[in-house]
Write a protein that binds this ligand. Structure first.
Ligand code: TPP
Length: 281
């Protein structure tokens, strides 16, 4: 069980990550706001508590691996790496420019990335391979693969899911960011995927469902996943797309939308207000 001090600290980190994402997108520049903000607590829990991650030893072979299969949400990963000092803060305003950080994970030019992702459906295959390699090498490292619920329509992902069970890959934790909104509308309308938990279960995975904005629940599930042996674990995290910025919440227009000056100011103010509320509680 995570203690209250840890939970509060991570809630505040999550708000900082949200603030960074909003600053990266700024005014009049399209960016994946919704699917980044829905991951704030999960990314905070992983990068600032759970993962073996040393910002000054990024290639430590014993590190845990973080794979953002829904690579379009990389802004939230950049935010974590900025807060860890891996990426200079000055890069915030150069995101999605030719010379700056790219709109999807870029292995060659961005420190702290483990794979190129963004073509949806591929991250789990990479993760299974990495987890198997780590096991062969006798390392205790874990692999975390973050997927979107819209992304679950990709067939390759289910091949990887079955392979993970076939090979008893228990050093792999999948996380599904179930925010129920896709690029162009509600996932249910674009490509409905009912019974997500039962699908993973049928593929032989241990399945845990949490509120993805409840840091205590997220940490509890991450710990539980570590104790599972002989099979992989997936955490289905119920989240809200755009969480923390009211006009973006559940709104597909902010899947990859741009903000007006007024919306930008409102987003900054709402995130700051929540941060102040958490800090004073
Ligand atoms: C193979 C592939 N097809 C289509 C796209 C375009 N695309 C980018 S994001 C997205 C929606 C993804 O929805 P979801 O996985 O639910 O992500 P989230 O809502 O969490 O951002 C799509 C279709 C892509 N990146 N890769």
């Amino acid at each position: 069980m995570a203690d209250n001090v840890t939970v509060r600290r991570l809630q505040l980190v999550a708000q900082q990550l949200r603030a960074d994402v909003v600053e990266m997108i700024g005014v009049g520049k399209a960016g994946h706001l919704g699917g980044s903000l829905s991951l704030a607590e999960i990314v905070a829990a992983l990068y600032f508590h759970k993962m073996r991650f040393d910002p000054v030893r990024l290639t430590d072979p014993d590190r845990d691996r973080f794979l953002l299969s829904k690579g379009h949400a990389v802004l939230i990963q950049y935010a974590a790496l900025i807060e860890h000092g891996v990426i200079p803060r000055a890069e915030l305003t150069r995101v999605k420019t030719l010379a700056g950080l790219q709109g999807h994970p870029d292995l060659a030019n961005t420190p702290g990335m483990e794979a190129v992702t963004g073509s949806l459906g591929q991250g789990l295959s990479i993760g299974v391979g990495m987890a198997l390699a780590l096991r062969l090498d006798g390392r205790a490292s874990r692999v975390y693969v973050i997927m979107g619920d819209g992304e679950l329509s990709e067939g390759q992902l289910w091949e990887a899911a079955m392979a993970a069970r076939r090979f008893g890959v228990d050093n792999l934790t999948g996380i599904v960011d179930r925010n129920r909104v896709q690029a162009t509308g509600p996932t249910k309308e674009v490509f409905d995927i009912p019974d997500i938990e039962r699908k993973w279960d049928a593929c032989g995975w241990r399945v845990l469902t949490v509120d993805g904005h409840d840091v205590g629940q997220v940490l509890g599930a991450l710990d539980a996943a570590e104790r599972v042996t002989g099979q992989p674990t997936v955490i289905v995290a119920d989240t809200v797309k755009g969480r923390g910025v009211s006009f973006a919440e559940g709104n597909a227009a902010f899947h990859n939308g741009s903000m007006t000056e007024e919306q930008y100011r409102q987003a900054v103010a709402e995130i700051e207000a929540r941060r102040a509320e958490l800090a004073s509680a």
